[in-house]
Write a protein that binds this ligand. Structure first.
Ligand code: GRF
Length: 241
């Protein structure tokens, strides 16, 4: 049985608009979760103040120490997260690579939101990459975090048409609005226990043994048609399950 209220830890490095959207969806009753921890690698990230304002119980600034190796930071991060015992870890604008120690501590329970229609335009400056490639659609993707950067199994996506001559700033703003729908929706699917492993593969970072890991979303209620959900005009959002 899924827990009644999913305990969520959020990792973020910046302004925290995705955290804000998640908290708003929880308040609106759309997501049965509680954000119990917010951890940032950037001590001055606005997301930390935002989390404090909203009364998140554990708000942790965890910058890397001088000369600290990535592995050592990972151990500290896994320990910090582990102490909060989250059911789900959400990367919401987290700018560090999450290493194998953290992935192994939360197998199939780390989600990232990325501002492109993966598998296209992985990594940094995804919106700029899309504009430079001249594609017609942009969007965002939630996916499970594995050892493969922005390459874990896809959970949800939403898309919009790129307008002629659209600037990177404007397109980023429109895609961000989609993120604010897709990330909370993804958390709610976990809360409902509907994210299920499908096909072969052991839990943990993607490797040769579980390269074919796929995720299935069990049938259930959708947000399509819910008056509380405000989808940007012209956006495409599929819940075909
Ligand atoms: C989002 O576009 C997210 O997809 C990207 O960083 C941005 C974070 O925005 N990885 P915010 O801090 O949630 O406002």
């Amino acid at each position: 049985m899924p827990p009644q209220v999913l305990q969520v830890a959020v990792l973020a490095s910046g302004r925290g608009s995705n955290l804000d959207a998640l908290l708003a969806s929880i308040r609106a009753g759309l997501v049965a979760a509680q954000v119990t921890a917010v951890v940032s690698d950037k001590p001055d990230a606005p997301v930390l103040a935002l989390a404090r304002r909203h009364g998140v119980p554990h708000v942790v600034s965890l910058p890397p120490l001088a000369g600290e190796k990535r592995d050592a930071y990972d151990v500290r991060l896994a320990g910090t997260l582990g102490a909060c015992k989250p059911d789900l870890v959400v990367l919401a604008g987290y700018m560090r690579i999450v290493g194998p120690k953290v992935c192994a501590a939360f197998p199939d329970r780390i989600v990232n939101i990325h501002p492109s229609l993966l598998p296209a335009f992985k990594g940094l400056k995804a919106i700029r990459q899309a504009l430079e490639a001249g594609v017609a659609f942009a969007g965002c993707t939630t996916h499970l975090v594995t050892g493969d950067l922005d390459g874990g199994p896809i959970l949800l996506q939403a898309a919009l048409c790129i307008r002629p001559g659209e600037s990177e700033e404007e397109l980023s703003r429109r895609v961000l609005r989609l993120e604010h729908l897709v990330l909370p929706r993804t958390v709610q699917l976990f809360a409902e226990g509907r994210i299920q492993r499908h096909g072969p593969g052991a839990p943990g970072p993607r490797d040769a043994a579980n390269a074919s890991l796929r995720i299935a979303i069990a049938p259930g209620p959708t947000w399509l048609g819910d008056a509380r959900v405000n989808l940007a005009a012209g956006a495409l959002y599929g819940e075909g399950f």
